[in-house]
Each structure stands twice: as C-alpha cells, then as structure tokens.
Design a protein around this ligand. Structure first.
Ligand code: CAA
Length: 258
C-alpha cells in the first residue's frame, strides 16, 4: 500500500482508512485520485484483516468535485470513449462497509463519492451540493440518482437545479447523513463506527450490506425474498451459532468469519 500520491492509506486495527490528499485542489477528484482510491479500497476489501473502511478528506474539504481543470477541454467523444468517471463503479462494488467521514465541502463528485459509501458521517462543518448546473453540465457520478433516492425528488431537484449547498443540519434532516459530530471528533468517531462494524461477523456484515443495497435495485417482494434467502443462509455459519450461544451465556461473541 505504498506509492500513492493523491491519497494516504493506513490501517487502524481492523479498519482501513483512506484519506483524500490533494489539498491544493480541495481534493478534486482527478483520474489519478480515482485510480488510487479504487486500488487502495480494493486492497482493503480483499484483506481478511480488514472489516470495514473509512473514506475521508481534510477539514476544509471532503472533495470539491471532479477536477474541473482536467475536464474543461474535453469533447463529447473524449468523455464517451474514455468512459469518464466509470472507474468509480468499482468503488460501488466493494463488499465491505465504507463509512464516509465528511468535513467541509462535499460538492459535485465529492457529494456523489460520499453517497457511494454506505454510512455518511458528517462534521458540523460539512456542506453538500451538486453545483454542476453552474458549470453548464449536470452531475455525472450518480448524483441525480443517489441524491434523489436519499433525500427525495423535491430536495434533489432544489439542489441539482440551483446548485445551492446544504449544511450538515439540513443534510441530516433530509436523510442524507446518518449522524453529525463536532468536526474535531469526526475521524475518531468514523473509525470507532467502522471498528464497531468490523467486530461483527464478517459474513453477516457482507450479507447485511448486500441486502440493504438490494432495496435500491428491486421490488419489495423480490427484496424481501432475497433477504430471506440470506437470512436462512446465515444459519449455515459458525458465527450464527457463536452469536446466539454468546447471547444465552451472557458473554460477548467471538466471531471468526466462518
Ligand atoms: N476542480 C479543480 N480544482 C478545484 C476544484 C475542482 N472541482 N475545486 C476547487 N479547486 C481548486 C481551485 O481552483 C483553487 O485552485 P487555485 O488555488 O490553483 O486557483 C483551489 O482548489 C482552492 O479553491 P478556491 O480558491 O476556489 O477556494 P474557495 O474557498 O474560494 O472556494 C469552493 C471553495 C466554493 C469549493 C470553490 O472552490 C468551488 O466552487 N469549487 C468547485 C465546486 C464545483 O463546481 N464542483 C463540481 C465539479 S463538476 C463535477 O463534480 C462533475 C461530476 O458530477 C462528477
């Protein structure tokens, strides 16, 4: 996990931490940064010693969007043929839970990247928005879809059509953000949250993420059916036996991921 130039990567116990690190551009998401985040996150996803990930930026900015300077001169064919931003799809296919820890600006692609994560933790300084309309374009990393699913059509239209920002309070009220914490505590809280998740049965954790995500892709009946198949499958694991035995014996469980 070395050789990265636009991110910092470290392990904190069973938590894999990725910090976006292009301070000169408010962590704007250029191609190199995308490739590095996807590579580092993929390594954590494959590492059995890691149970959950945290993705964060700086106090000033989680990320101020896709890199406008990198995009400005593109023609349609350049964007289309290169599959601009499609590299991020690998990030959405990570199987382990990812906590986004957002302070400062999460704009455009920054907001969209935060929404690709599973739990969004915001500092009280966080500001979210999809300002692409002001650049003569529209969101291009899933914003029109994920924001609408997260906060509903009324507010999504308000943000996407005006490009205005919303603060952490409004984002929590709207259902975009799971929790708000003081900015000084953001990283500790995010790592603590991810560490809590990483202590659970790894099999059940991946099942839970997969099942919740299925809610966005299918009908209620199909989704409930999918959940039941996974739920029943959980009874084939040693971790189910251990979890339920530990409850009966009034002791903490010791999950082994089997
Ligand atoms: N791309 C490239 N560079 C960026 C950037 C971006 N998205 N956002 C900020 N920067 C750069 C600035 O150009 C500036 O660099 P220089 O010092 O070399 O000029 C540096 O970061 C600091 O930014 P500012 O001086 O602008 O800082 P500020 O505090 O005055 O303003 C801001 C902060 C309001 C976030 C402002 O930087 C801003 O509006 N940024 C652009 C936000 C935006 O439009 N994002 C959407 C991008 S398009 C997109 O994301 C498409 C998609 O859907 C994937």
């Amino acid at each position: 996990m070395t050789g990265y130039e636009t991110i910092k990567v470290e392990r904190r116990g069973r938590v894999g931490l990725i910090t976006l690190d292009r301070p000169e551009a408010l962590n704007a998401l250029n191609t190199q940064l995308m490739d590095e985040v996807v590579a580092a996150a993929g390594e954590f996803d494959r590492d059995p010693e890691v149970g959950a990930l945290v993705l964060t930026g700086s106090e000033r900015a989680f990320a101020a969007g896709a890199d406008i300077k990198e995009m400005a001169s593109l023609e349609f064919a350049d964007a289309y043929l290169s599959g601009l931003f499609t590299g991020w799809e690998a990030f959405t296919r990570l199987r382990k839970p990812v906590v986004a820890a957002v302070a400062g600006y999460a704009l455009g692609g920054g907001c969209e990247l935060a929404m690709m994560c599973d739990i969004l933790l915001a500092a009280d300084t966080a500001r979210f928005g999809q300002p692409e309309i002001k650049l003569g374009v529209i969101p291009g990393m899933g914003g029109t879809q994920r924001l609408t699913r997260a906060i509903g059509k009324a507010k999504a239209m308000d943000l996407v059509l005006t490009g205005r920002m919303m603060d952490a309070e409004e984002a929590e009220r709207s259902g975009l953000v799971a929790r708000i914490v003081p900015v000084a505590d953001l990283l500790d809280e995010a790592v603590k949250l991810a560490a809590t998740i990483a202590e659970m049965s790894p099999v059940a954790t991946l099942m839970a993420k997969e099942a919740v995500n299925r809610a966005f892709e299918t009908t209620l009946a199909e989704g409930v059916y999918f959940e039941r198949r996974l739920f029943n499958g959980a009874f084939a694991t040693a971790d189910q036996k251990e979890g339920m035995a530990a409850f009966a014996e009034k002791r903490p469980p010791n999950f082994e991921g089997r």
